[in-house]
Design a protein around this ligand. Structure first.
Ligand SMILES: Cc1ncc(COP(=O)(O)O)c(C=O)c1O
Length: 396
């Protein structure tokens, strides 16, 4: 048989999806599974976005401009302005999800074997995008003890080599739920300027900031124009994961010119989904107010429930809709499989994502899981009850 590429063999499996066969087997046995493992929100997509696709009378579903519809980009620039991000429609390219924007960013700034420093734990697919791009991920460790705050800048400096091209952050963080402060963003801005690096920020959870905190974008930092590259998406903001629309934005003209070549090579982002995403920009503030209220109470219920379980440590998330919980066990992957294969409480069980897949330093995060609070509150309460009973039985 012809050989598979080394790159293909090195592509990591998604830690979120690798338990799926166990879940399928549990479902076949008739078990109900509370899925705490994936970030698929149950919130309704804004009606306006769906209506824009249903009611339009397109006769030829053509390509769009490679950078996306101009009308959408203009409206998007206005949305950013409202969020203290001063960019024009020419400073952004519409992509097929934040995922493609991340690939464009890596392709634009890094060559094979170049390094990108990322605080870990981080969104696991960064590993996949890095492997696709031939880029080496260099992790800098953040810790559950301080809620996954930004590691000291001295730790970043120790890792910078001639191959370092960028620091990549996720703000608010998946899987940590950490929301970087203005001071932390300013510290990162200083270090990338000092070492002439790019600062890439994945801000797909921008709206999801709790307890009155506001998100501070790298695009709002004065003097960072040549260094800052923002990744964004409609997936979580409007609960439109299936639309597959995101964007890459930067004031750095060379970055955008180069990203545009990647955009041209794939011709255009999806047309129908751009129509939906453009219409979604008319979503009233009340939608977000309600969503934030809902997630805040889900988070409070989840964190309280987890904290009440003996031996569980949880970093209270300040944003996004995930948290990392440290469990009083040694091997969270084994536990997650056992939950699906061997445990049930009245024929119900839970599915969690083992957190080791969100770290790139081998041997870290082994006793942690990532929990997404994308279920209704009563379901979250029940899921925590099941988890509590399961831990008791697993440790017995
Ligand atoms: C941190 C983060 N970045 C990027 C993405 C990719 O999102 P999409 O490609 O759906 O825009 C996700 C999806 O879960 C995510 O959690």
């Amino acid at each position: 048989m012809p050989k598979i590429s080394i790159k293909g063999l090195a592509m990591p499996e998604s830690p979120i999806r690798k338990l799926v066969p166990y879940a399928e087997a549990a479902t076949k046995k008739g078990r109900t599974i509370y899925q705490l493992n994936i970030g698929q929100p149950d919130i309704k997509t804004p009606a306006k976005a769906l209506a824009a696709v249903k009611t339009n009378n397109i006769e030829v579903l053509s390509y769009s401009h490679s950078a996306g519809f101009e009308s959408y980009r203009k409206k998007l620039a206005a949305y950013y302005k409202k969020n203290d991000i001063e960019i024009s429609s020419n400073d952004l390219i519409i992509t097929t999800g934040g995922s493609e924007a991340l690939l464009f960013a890596m392709g634009t700034i890094a060559d094979a074997d170049d390094e990108i420093i990322i605080p870990e734990p981080f969104y696991a697919n960064y590993n996949g995008f890095a492997t696709s791009s031939g880029v080496t991920v260099v992790p800098v460790q953040s810790n559950i003890e301080d809620g996954f705050a930004l590691p000291p800048i001295s730790e970043f400096e120790k890792l910078i080599t001639p191959k370092t091209k960028a620091i990549l952050i996720c703000n608010p963080g998946n899987p940590t739920g950490y929301l970087y402060t203005r001071e932390e963003i300013s510290q990162l801005a200083e270090i990338v300027k000092k070492h002439d690096l790019f600062l890439v920020a994945d801000e797909v959870y921008r709206e999801f900031a709790y307890d009155g905190a506001t998100h501070y974008s790298i695009m709002s930092v004065p003097g960072l124009e040549e260094h800052a590259i923002m990744i964004d998406s409609v997936s979580k903001r409007y609960s439109m994961c299936g639309a597959r629309i995101g964007c890459i934005a930067s004031k750095n003209k060379e970055v955008m010119k180069t990203a545009m070549k990647f955009a041209q090579a794939r011709l255009s982002p999806p047309t129908f989904a751009q129509i939906a995403s453009e219409a979604a920009l008319d979503t009233p503030q009340e939608y977000f107010d309600e969503v934030i209220e809902e997630y805040t109470s889900r988070r409070n219920t989840l964190v309280k429930g987890l904290e009440e379980i003996d031996g569980v440590i949880v970093a209270k998330p300040k944003g996004a809709f995930y948290c990392i919980a440290q469990l009083p066990i040694e091997d969270a992957e084994d536990f997650a499989k056992w939950l699906l294969e061997s445990f049930h409480l009245n024929n119900e069980t839970v599915m969690v994502a083992p957190a080791a897949g969100f770290y790139s330093t081998p041997g870290t995060g082994l006793n942690q899981v990532r929990i997404a609070y994308v279920l209704k509150e009563e379901d979250l309460k029940r899921a925590v009850e099941i988890l509590k009973a399961a831990l008791k039985e697993y440790r017995a």
